[in-house]
Design a protein around this ligand. Structure first.
Ligand SMILES: [Fe+2]
Length: 432
């Protein structure tokens, strides 16, 4: 009995020692977390959006829960949550009351290319957590980005994919539509909460290039939740003339006003660009039998070919696919034909598996490299000589390590990649 008593008596001191050890080991880290992660403001649902020159510009959007819209304090030096130490501040440009949220939008301009920026919001109640993000380079240099879409239904998969983005830490995420299943306040509320999982523990924001899908039934949803221009199409460069990305809207006519804009933008801005890339929602030729052909988006096929687009990313079918480089061939029955040695030919990737119900990949063409049904997205590495693609499976995210920022395209531990039909996991799309 006395032995038992003494052992119990000893236990608290052991626990205290252990607690002291843990606290001293974690002390600086928790102070740091407190300095950057506390949120005494009444703001939430943060998203950083890219749709115009991301070397110098970014649009930050948040939901103001109560009180007047906050003020964004920012600058190239980290001041944690000491808002008054930041070199610049900006009041909101626009407040949009939509879906029960007060979406506050600030477009930051005249930023320095290829630089980190730190920021926090000060409002009537306090200060938000500290965020940071990187601007795009304005000269050719390698970078990574993620592209995928269709996060409509299953929040567990959506959250896994969002977490995977955070672990891979790309320069930006291109989201090719159908964020939500029903275009309602309740579903946007959930989607924007899930998007917070892309923000890491230190507050790094991954910019999103948002596209409209058919489930964004209201034309104003994407502009009102992300600050995108009316029409939800835009284009921007990354790395100067290394890469120009077109956010297209397949839910409005591909020709007409949007088509004219695309043609004239290409005339003005495509000359000398190494990689022309486009993203939109509706695939021209879906790889599942349950979906109609994308007759509207197919109107872009000739434009892409004539301008020499290297890569196009589609969504909507809820299967994953990779094609050979190909050119339009409307008279051949498959709308395209493989053209592996044609410098103007285009590789098409897709088609939207970020949490929407998977469909059977039961359609393949002579130019299909592979098509399969699994949850994932494409992870791309853009370099002056080529774009590399890896298709990432997202469901095992809990056992995947973090990227080494010094080697931003090396697979972290545990990452599972798709090898279409036993083909190479890594697809190389040469600059030509
Ligand atoms: Fe869709």
């Amino acid at each position: 009995m006395s032995e038992r008593k003494s052992s119990l008596a000893k236990r608290p001191s052991l626990l205290v020692a252990l607690a002291i050890f843990i606290l001293s080991a974690a002390g600086p880290a928790s102070a740091q977390t407190e300095a950057t992660n506390a949120n005494t403001s009444r703001t939430g649902k943060y998203r950083l959006v890219w749709f115009e020159d991301p070397a110098t510009t970014a649009t930050f959007v948040w939901n103001q829960l109560e009180g007047s819209p906050g003020v964004l304090h920012y600058g190239p030096r980290n001041q944690d949550r000491n808002k008054n130490k930041y070199s610049r501040k900006s009041e909101v440009d626009r407040v949009v009351n939509f879906d029960g949220m007060k979406n506050c939008m600030v477009t930051l301009r005249n930023l320095k290319p290829d630089s980190w920026y730190f920021m926090c919001i000060g409002d009537d109640f306090g200060v938000s957590r500290r965020f940071y993000f990187r601007t795009a380079p304005d000269k050719p240099q390698p970078f990574t980005f993620i592209c995928g879409g269709d996060s409509r239904n299953f929040r567990d998969v959506r959250q896994a994919a969002n977490l995977m983005c955070r672990k891979l830490g790309p320069l930006f995420v291109s989201f090719t539509g159908d964020m939500i299943n029903h275009d309602t306040a309740e579903q946007w509320d959930e989607w924007l909460d899930d998007w917070q999982l892309t923000i890491n523990d230190k507050g790094r924001l991954l910019p999103i290039a948002p596209h409209r899908g058919n489930h964004e039934a209201r034309p104003e949803s994407i502009p009102n939740h992300f600050g995108m221009p009316e029409g939800s199409y835009a284009a921007f460069n990354v790395g100067g003339n290394l890469f120009r990305y077109y956010i297209l809207n397949s839910e409005i006519p591909a020709d007409g006003v949007q088509g004219n804009w695309l043609t004239s933008d290409l005339k003005k801005n495509a000359n000398g660009v190494t990689h022309l890339v486009a993203g939109y929602h509706k695939p021209m030729r879906p790889h599942t039998s349950g979906k109609a052909l994308g007759r509207n988006s197919y109107k872009w096929a000739d434009t892409f070919y004539e301008a020499g687009f290297d890569l196009v990313m589609e969504s909507d079918s809820h299967v994953m696919k990779r094609t050979l480089p190909m050119k339009p061939f409307p008279q051949g029955g498959e709308d395209f034909k493989a053209a592996p040695n044609d410098p103007k030919a285009t590789v098409y990737l897709g088609e939207g598996c970020w949490g929407a119900p998977l469909r059977r990949a039961d359609v393949a063409y002579s130019w299909t490299v592979g098509a399969a049904a699994f949850n994932g997205f494409d992870w791309l590495h853009v370099t002056p000589k080529a774009i590399f693609d890896k298709t990432v499976k997202v469901e095992n995210v809990a056992s995947v390590g973090e990227i080494d920022p010094a080697k931003p395209y090396d697979d972290p531990k545990g990452l599972q990649l798709w090898a279409p039909n036993g083909d190479d996991e890594v697809l190389r799309i040469p600059a030509d």
